[in-house]
Structure formats: C-alpha cells, structure tokens
Ligand binder design. Structure first.
Ligand SMILES: [Ca+2]
Length: 531
C-alpha cells in the first residue's frame, strides 16, 4: 500500500535507561511542510498531550529524511533488489570501497556486521547524551545500512555491497531532527577524512536527506558542500525526495543535478523483471529535469531497530524480529550507493564523474506514469557490459555564498521555543565567508572543532560496537539562542516537563528490555554469526 502513513505531529521521545535511571531530553522539534496525499498515522510514542505548546508539524519520514512509508505491503528482499538491478551475479561485493552514510546513526542490530561499520563523529543533538551517541533511535540510518552492507544469515538479508566499509556520520537525532548546518558540517568532515582508511577510501556519500528549499545553484551553501565532495573524488548519491509532484522540483540537494547521482524509487510490481516497473507514486519529480536513475524503493526489507521511532510508530511494517519494510527514495538511494560501490570496486581509479556518467549511459528504460521524469532504471549488469561512453563533468559550481536560511527550506529545529534560523549554526553566529575559504582549503575541521567550535572529539579514539570509532565531546558553546545545552536539553528537568510525556516511550519500548539488554548487545552479538 502506498501513500500510507507519513508522520506529522510532534515527535516526543524519552527513554529511561536501565542503568542509572537517568532521564534525558532531546528537546528539538523540526517543522516542515506536510506532504499531500498522505494521512497521518501516529504511533503511541508520537501522541500529543494537552499540555504541549502548539504543534509544530514534523514530517521526518519524508523530509528531511527521505523515507516515505513504512508499509505493511508485500516486502522486497534486498537479494531480489540485487537481481533486479543486475548486481547479484556481478562477482562484485564493494571490497575496498568506503561509503559515508550521513544519516541518523546505526544501531548494533543482528545483521549489521561490526567489521563493515565505522562510527564516524556523531554531530547530532543526541551526541550530548553519551549513551545515545552513534546509535540510531529513529531507525532510519540502520535500515539504509542494512541495504548497503547488511549480512544476516538468520533472515537471508544481504546488502548490495556487503564488503564495502560503511562510515556512519550521525547527524539526525531522535525523530530524525537535524539542521542543515549539521549536514553541511558532516559533508565537510567526510571530505577531510576520506582517506583516513587507505584500504577503504571513501568514494561515495549516501545522503537520504533533503529540504524543500528553492535554491539558486550559483550560491547555495548546501550545494557548495556537496560539490566540494565531488571535487574531492567522492560521488554524492542523493535521494530525490518523496513529495510526488507537490513541490514541482526535487528536494535539495538532489536538485543539484550536475553534481551528483539523484535517485528515485520504483515499484517492482512484485516481479524480478524490470519491464513492469514504474516510478513510485510518492517519488518527487521535477517537470523540467530528469532524475538520474531509479531503483526499487518500495517495501524494502531491511534491518529493524526495535524500539526506534519508526519501529514503534509502524508496527505493521515489522517482519519477524529483525526486519522492517521501508519505502522511499531513501531506500532507493541506499541501493544506488551500494551499486556505485560495485562500480568503484570494478574500476578503482575512477573519479565520480566517470561513475555517474557510466550509470547514466547504461540505464534501462522505464515506462508508466512520470517515466519521462527519470533517465531510466539503474543497471549494474548493463554498466558492466558497456565500456564506451562519454563522461560529463560539472561545469559551473556554487560559490557557497548563498543564504543559509534559504537552504533550510521550511525545516527548522526548535529548542526551548527558540527557532534556529538565519545565518547561524547550532552554536550561533556563523562566519560564512570564512567557511567558504576554509572548505576550499580543507581546513573547516581541525580535530573535533568545526569553524572554531567544538562539535565532537579530536580523532579515532572513541569506543563503540563498531570496528572503529571517532571520539565524542561535550558541547561548551551555547546554542543559537544563547541557551546552555546542559541546563535546557540534557538533564531531567526538560525531559519530564511539558514537552515530553515520559511514559510513552521510555518504559515500554526502549529501556527495560529492548535496547540495552536482550535484543541487541547480549543476544545479537554473541549468538548470531557475524560476518
Ligand atoms: Ca518488476
């Protein structure tokens, strides 16, 4: 079923940890436009209470994180997706290729091999609660990670590029809440650290994030950050959005066509043949430009994070203990990112323009409604059978001087009733011209300090379940409104207050049995076969 369930309404999440019984708050809300042709289905964790301030709509499943639906329709296993895109018999597995996943973090669930996961810096609001650092409370990033590098003998899940090295840069907090400046900081970080692991250099950024901004490509700062990745040998693979024809354009930054591989979602019609596939009805389209490639993105069976926002809100999407059906251009972007890793493995010295042109030149035809809004269906097998094509490169670049506020579109985070807007990052004043110069010089990051403000730890000295971890840090700078993080966001005062209904989430789903004890750490890690 499509067009089902996009959450709109306040996200409130609380969790009481079994250890210490300390309640923490993540007092951020995102406001965004509401999708047309959808109906809200809000799970128990998302109910409003009478004592709350006026609702600020949050469409976290569609924007800024471009997953549209967590459906109860028939699921499509990733192994079938691999057959559909022609990668299953390619003999390629992504070995030697690094992929950066800028998303909501990843959780150590069964089927996500620690050996393939690197926890990069956690730049999200959650990072200030050490027990939440790197983890995926939303359930989005883990789902995408499963599509890319999952390997779960229990369910048969196998990612598109199971031997790629996936670096998670967490920017989305509980509920997916994130500001565009955190995404920009993450893009900057990836560029500066793309070669930290010489055996697995980062060649791809999977970005399933987008705003409804109306951009000017000459100046847009998010485009500038994306293009800087391209300039440094990294292919941005970006979800085109799930707004159908409502916006009349793709999400930003997918709308930066020439700089990246934009990805749309198809409905497979439940068959392995691509002949009957059509563009998903939720897929954002641009009447004046074509999305680069489309791949299956509906009802994709990937890893579930028990107790996460998505899992709690859409119990009907669960399949067994380990899997969840997810639909959206997010899932499609993850498929395409995995496919790109296979081509980089095939030709390791390729630059991103070459890989993008290779995909564009070898798409298979798509038919049906709005098929003309896409160049065609991505095909790894067609690409591998083709050696002659024209490589096109980006000719004109954003200078990064455009409005930060415009880049946010209608999505804003709110902390203690203070909206983050204008030329500010989460710590306040942002020197944009200095930033442009620093990005060009690859000096915007110095250790854990971005543009003079400490966002995270200083290097690969942290610890987590993953194979390698970037250290965390406590924020000492004030927020954009001059409020301290410690007093207002992370202690019990805020959590138990009017914004949050403590009982909804913490006891039942997160703390008592799901998170820290049975399902994850203990049972999963010790008994399941990790690749
Ligand atoms: Ca089909």
């Amino acid at each position: 079923m499509h067009g089902l369930t996009v959450g709109s309404g306040r996200i409130r999440m609380s969790r009481t940890l079994a250890r210490g019984r300390i309640r923490r708050a993540i007092g951020f809300l995102a406001a965004a436009t509401t999708l047309a042709a959808t109906s809200a289905s809000i799970g128990p964790a998302l109910r409003a209470t009478a004592s709350e301030p006026p609702a600020r709509p949050l469409t976290g499943w569609s924007s800024p994180w471009s997953a549209s639906n967590w459906t109860s329709s028939t699921g499509t296993p990733v192994t079938d997706v691999a057959k559909i895109i022609g990668s299953a018999t390619s003999g390629l597995d992504g070995s030697g290729v690094g992929i950066a996943l800028i998303d909501t973090g990843v959780a150590p669930v069964p089927g996500l091999p620690a050996s393939q996961i690197v926890n990069g810096p956690d730049l999200s609001f959650d990072s200030q609660a050490p027990h939440l650092r790197y983890l995926d409370e939303y359930g989005h990033g883990t789902h995408l990670a499963g599509i890319i590098v999952g390997n779960d003998p229990t369910t048969g899940l196998k990612g598109i590029a199971p031997k790629a090295k996936l670096t998670s840069i967490k920017v989305g907090a509980a509920g997916g809440v994130v500001d565009v400046m955190q995404v920009i900081a993450a893009l900057n970080w990836v560029v500066q650290h793309r070669n930290d692991d010489p055996a697995n250099p980062i060649k791809i950024i999977c970005l399933a994030y987008g705003t409804d901004a109306i951009t000017d490509w000459h100046y847009d700062p998010l485009f500038f950050a994306v293009e800087n990745a391209l300039k440094n040998g990294i292919l941005p693979v970006v979800a085109a959005g799930n707004s159908g024809s409502t916006l009349g354009r793709l999400n930003s930054p997918a709308s930066d066509y020439s700089a990246l591989l934009s990805v749309g979602s198809t409905d497979t019609k439940g068959t392995l043949s691509t002949a009957d596939d059509t563009l998903s009805t939720f897929q954002s389209i641009d009447p004046a430009s074509k999305i680069d490639v489309a791949v299956p993105g509906e009802g994709i069976l990937s890893l579930r994070v028990p107790g996460s926002g998505v899992d709690v809100a859409f119990p009907g999407a669960r399949v067994g203990e380990n899997l969840l059906r997810g639909s959206g251009s997010s899932q499609a972007a993850a498929v395409a990112a995995g496919a790109a890793a296979l081509l980089f493995q095939k030709r390791p010295s390729s630059d991103p323009d070459y890989i993008r042109s290779w995909f564009r030149a070898t798409v298979k035809p798509l038919t049906g409604t709005n098929a003309a809004r896409v160049k065609g269906q991505l095909s790894v097998s067609s690409a591998l059978a083709t050696s002659s094509f024209t490589t096109t490169a980006l000719a004109s670049w954003s200078d990064g001087s455009g409005s930060v506020e415009t880049a946010r579109g209608s999505t804003h985070v709110v902390h203690n009733n203070a909206t983050l807007s204008g030329t500010k990052d989460i710590f306040g004043t942002f020197n944009q011209s200095a930033w442009v110069s620093a990005v060009n010089a690859k000096t915007s990051w110095n250790g854990g300090v971005w543009m003079g403000k400490r966002l995270t730890g200083d290097g690969w000295t942290g610890s987590s379940w993953a194979s390698k971890t970037w250290a965390g840090a406590t924020w000492s700078n004030l927020d954009w409104a001059g409020q301290t993080w410690a007093d207002d966001a992370w202690n019990g005062r805020y959590w138990a207050g009017r914004y949050w209904a403590a009982g909804d989430w913490s006891g039942r789903y997160w703390a008592s049995s799901t998170w820290q004890t049975n399902n994850y750490s203990a049972k999963s890690w010790s008994t399941h076969g990790w690749d």
